[in-house]
Design a protein around this ligand. Structure first.
Ligand SMILES: Nc1ncnc2c1ncn2[C@@H]1O[C@H](COP(=O)(O)OP(=O)(O)O)[C@@H](O)[C@H]1O
Ligand SMILES: [Mg+2]
Length: 239
């Protein structure tokens, strides 16, 4: 069976797309599924930072511009189920040539039979042209529990629905039960009409994980956000 492809999306930046993509991919791989994580945010790529992974030779940019084969830019570590196709953090600004992503589907096709899951991190955007380019892609929308974030998530949902792109669900990231003013899970479901919702709690360990370069689902499996992300990974495997 070819890999299930999941693109992590949100119109807003800073809501937790990369945190979700990194930890979901890592958690799924720890559940014994062969997983490839692709950093397709060419403008502000941070996936490698979440793994403390620097100084790699080839990146997705090299694959897209034809100077490397996909397998040259796929890296693996101690966990044989986890592979990473990173993007390079540019010294000055980001790579604005996002049009290069048109070729991503072609390269994914060469890899798709080697994995159970391919998780793709993306830049913040309403633009669904990117996901439309990827054959058989599914989407997970990430939102924060505030009304503006939810409104934008709903707009993206409607666009994806119009294009016939399946939405596996929404990650409601940074929930905090002490903040009563936050949008509740029920409100988020009612407002977005997204049926599947995974709550990820606000958790300072997320910052510690980022500083140490170890995904939170490996660094601290008992922490609140880690438990939520592992639970989300288990449910996604069953979908
Ligand atoms: N559940 C959470 N609890 C605490 N901090 C979080 C949580 N999720 C994300 N963050 C922090 O928020 C910031 C933005 O997250 P990130 O995943 O990079 O967002 P995006 O990829 O959508 O721009 C990061 O500093 C990250 O550590
Ligand atoms: Mg990001």
């Amino acid at each position: 069976m070819p890999a299930k492809i999941i693109v992590i999306m949100s119109p807003k930046g800073g809501v937790g797309k990369t945190t979700t993509a990194v930890n979901l991919a890592t958690a799924i791989s720890l559940l014994n599924k062969k997983t490839l994580l692709v950093d397709a945010n060419l403008e502000t790529p941070h996936v490698a930072v979440y793994y403390g992974f620097v100084g790699f030779k080839y990146s997705l940019e090299d694959v897209l511009n034809g100077s490397a084969k996909p397998e040259d830019a796929v890296y693996t570590g101690d966990n044989p189920n986890f592979h990473l196709l990173p993007s390079r953090i540019a010294k000055k600004g980001g790579d604005k040539s996002v049009y290069k992503l048109v070729n991503l589907n072609l390269h994914l096709k060469k890899l798709i039979n080697r994995y159970d899951f391919i998780i793709i991190d993306s830049k913040p955007s309403y633009d669904i042209e990117f996901i439309k380019l990827i054959e058989n892609a599914n989407c997970i929308i990430v939102s924060n529990p505030d009304i503006t974030s939810i409104i934008e998530a709903k707009k993206l949902k409607d666009e994806l629905d119009d294009a016939g792109i399946p939405i596996l669900g929404m990650a409601l990231n940074r929930t905090n039960s002490r903040i009563k003013e936050q949008v509740t899970e029920k409100e988020a479901k009612d407002l977005t009409k997204i049926e599947n919702l995974w709550k990820i709690r606000e958790d300072n360990t997320v910052y510690r994980a980022l500083k140490t370069g170890i995904p939170i689902v490996m660094l601290s499996q008992k922490s609140a956000a880690s438990r939520d992300l592992i639970n989300m990974a288990k449910e996604i495997i069953k979908l």
